[in-house]
Structure formats: structure tokens, C-alpha cells
Write a protein that binds this ligand. Structure first.
Ligand code: UTP
Length: 290
């Protein structure tokens, strides 16, 4: 096999309405909700950079301009921090900036579903394979889930989805794969279905918000076919590629938190705080559950 084209671009769809986290998400995008000290969107960008990805494309919607500001200089703040000699804070404010020109934004004018959001980035993707991460799915992993997926992609090429085992009663919240030949954590994908009822689900191996996709997925998305929930579904477009291109699932090493929901967001905060010795000690001293 010739070496697969390297994955250098990622699409981060951030145009959803975030209805599950109202009222917190009424005026601020859910991707700007902090987990301990960083907004969700920053975790996704850092995970992408760790995987060797160079170009970040955000698919935004109304009320999302604050994310552009987050990834830009804040001159007034930086000047004041400099004047006051607050070098650590200054370093933190600047540390997360990408190289100029490496982050771009495209607007999804109506929230018509994840598949439609990805299609909105077609002009920036062109003819190269690309990654997708949903920033509200925060994944704690060493290395990060995207790095694990890019490493696999470099061996097998094609399309890759991140999956995890879920209880059967939860299959209707996810895209679910029909598993084929399995080697360790790598599963050949023979089918994909969005939000199946537990009794119809082909397995309990559920897709979470990390993907590596071939550009041909855009062809099906262009047909704007409506799927589950009345939305244009990425799952339906990916399912079209099965049998035509290599298609694998990687049961990644790590823990995924659905931060689009308050219980997942709360658990993510606790889990990430536990990695910090000071916060861990604080939690141990202050929280007693009966
Ligand atoms: P969700 O299914 O979490 O939908 O989207 P949502 O609208 O953001 O949130 P709820 O369910 O109302 O609380 C999964 C990902 O797809 C993006 C979201 O921003 C999120 O990253 N998305 C979804 C879009 O960019 N556009 C859409 O039309 C729908």
C-alpha cells in the first residue's frame, strides 16, 4: 500500500444550538464552557495539534464570534499584563495561539445537522482527507484520541471513527457500527446506523465525536439528504463509503465526557481536576459524599 495522504486539516463544527445546556448556552456557545481552566474548544484544538494537524477550520454560527477572539491576540489585556509584570498570566494568554493563518472560520447559516456543518467546510477541505472533532466530546487520553487515530490511519488509510462500548439501552443516543473483523482495538466497519433503538442496534459499539474521513464523503453530503431527527447526518454520509474505501473503528484508550450535557461536563471537571495535585487535594479535603 502507498502511504496514505497525511492528515493536516481538522473541521471543528461549533454551530449547534446547545439546547441541552440552557440557560448556560443562551448567550455563550457551549464550546466556550470552561472545564477547569480552559474552554472546551481549546481542548479540541490542543488534541488536534498533538496529532500533527496544522490547519483548524471552525464551522461557526450566530453568537460564536467569541471563539474567534479566543484564538486571537487580546492586545489590551496583554499590554496591561506586561505593564504589571504578570508574566505567567501573559504566557498563558499567548500560549494557546496558533501560527497566523492556521485557523479559519466558515459559517453554517442554519443549524441543519452535523453532516451539513461538515459540508459547509468543503471549500476549505478540497480534495484531501481530513479529521473532525466535536469539541463538546472531551476525551481524556494519553496520547489523545486523535493522535491514536492518526497513528492507525497512517497504517490502514481510509476512514476511521472513534468508538466505545455503551450500555444497550443508550444506543439511540449514538451512531452505532456493525462490526466486522476485529484485531485488538481495531474493528472493520461493515455498517453504520444513526441512533438505532436498542432492540435494532447492530452492536453496542458507539461512535463518539472523532473522525478521519476521505473527501468523497462531501459528495453524499451535497445531496442534503435528511436523516434521523430531521437533520443532515454525517453517519448516513459515512455509511455510503463502507465497502468502497477502507473503514475502521478504533476503540480508543481514554475516557470520553459528553460536555454538551451537564452531568458529562461536571464529571469532566472532576476528572481533569484530579490530575492536578493541588485541586486533587482540595477535592479530597472538601468533598465528602455520604
Ligand atoms: P449536538 O448533537 O450536540 O447538537 O451536536 P447541539 O445543537 O450542539 O446541542 P443540543 O443537542 O441542542 O444540546 C454535535 C456537534 O455538531 C455541531 C455541534 O456544535 C456539536 O459540536 N453541530 C450540530 C453543528 O455544528 N451544526 C448543526 O447544525 C448541528
Amino acid at each position: 500500500m502507498t502511504a496514505p495522504t497525511p492528515i493536516k486539516k481538522i473541521v471543528l463544527p461549533v454551530a449547534g444550538l446547545g439546547t441541552r445546556f440552557l440557560p448556560a448556552t443562551k448567550a455563550i456557545p457551549k464550546e466556550m464552557l470552561p472545564v477547569v481552566d480552559r474552554p472546551l474548544i481549546q481542548y479540541a484544538v490542543e488534541e488536534a495539534l498533538e496529532a500533527g494537524i496544522e490547519d483548524v477550520i471552525l464551522v461557526t454560527g450566530r453568537n460564536k464570534q467569541v471563539m474567534e477572539d479566543h484564538f486571537d491576540h487580546a492586545y489590551e489585556l496583554e499590554r496591561i499584563l506586561q505593564e504589571r509584570g504578570k508574566t505567567t498570566a501573559l504566557e498563558i494568554a499567548r500560549h494557546m495561539l496558533l501560527e497566523e493563518g492556521r485557523i479559519s472560520y466558515v459559517r453554517q447559516m442554519r443549524p441543519r445537522g452535523l453532516g451539513h456543518a461538515i459540508w459547509c467546510a468543503r471549500g476549505m477541505i478540497g480534495n484531501a482527507p481530513f479529521a473532525v472533532a466535536l469539541p463538546d466530546d472531551l476525551i481524556q487520553g494519553e496520547p489523545g484520541a486523535l493522535k491514536q487515530m492518526v497513528d492507525l490511519y497512517n497504517q490502514v488509510g481510509g476512514n476511521i471513527v472513534a468508538t466505545m462500548q455503551v450500555p444497550r439501552e443508550d444506543t439511540s443516543k449514538y451512531g452505532v457500527i456493525t462490526p466486522g473483523k476485529t484485531k485488538g482495538k481495531v474493528i472493520a466497519v461493515e455498517g453504520l446506523v444513526e441512533k438505532p433503538h436498542p432492540e435494532d442496534a447492530p452492536s453496542t459499539q458507539a461512535v463518539v465525536g472523532r473522525y478521519i474521513l476521505q473527501p468523497e464523503v462531501m459528495t453524499y453530503l451535497a445531496s442534503k439528504t435528511i436523516g434521523a431527527g430531521g437533520e443532515i447526518q454525517l453517519t448516513d454520509a459515512m455509511a455510503q463509503q463502507i465497502g468502497k474505501q477502507p473503514f475502521h473503528a478504533l476503540e480508543f484508550d481514554g475516557t470520553r465526557f459528553d460536555c454538551g450535557d451537564k452531568s458529562g461536563w461536571l464529571l469532566a471537571n472532576i476528572s481533569i481536576a484530579m490530575d492536578d495535585p493541588k485541586l486533587r487535594a482540595l477535592l479530597r479535603d472538601r468533598i465528602t459524599l455520604s
